[in-house]
Design a protein around this ligand. Sequence first.
Ligand code: HEM
Length: 125
Amino acid sequence: MSSNLYERLGGRDAVFTAVELFYDRVLGDPMLKPFFDDIPMKEQKAKQRAFLAMAFGGPATPKAVDLTESHAASVAKGMTDEHFDAVVGHLGATLESMGVPAEDIAEVAAIAESTRDAIFGRVPA
Ligand code: HEM
């Protein structure tokens, strides 16, 4: 077993598969869809790929992305911890549907959790 979560989940191919499934779930959730209405679809997918690569602990260069800035518009639109929890839930359900083991899903959820304060701008930049 690889010690690297990103590789263990299937690397780049898994990210591409997961993004399709995850994207459908997020946009199919009436609570989340409005946040993505103004984002062009092509860019959304690229960003979801960056999101997943980051959540998988892959080479997404998280420091190159300012998560506070990326989510400022969503926060202004009323994004709360409830929305964040829903996104993490969809991520877990996506991975579960791909047959990812529970321990790995828990690891992904912990990585996503570690971004919460930055996403809401609760920590200094
Ligand atoms: C696990 C938590 C989350 C992580 C790790 C995350 C990560 C990311 C990343 C990496 C991007 C791309 C940033 C860029 O390229 O500039 C992004 C964009 C975006 N995220 Fe999140 N996100 C999370 C939760 C959420 C939630 C809860 C919402 C709203 C309900 C949301 C809405 C958006 C939107 C609308 C964009 C596109 C922003 C734009 O293009 O202007 N995200 N996110």
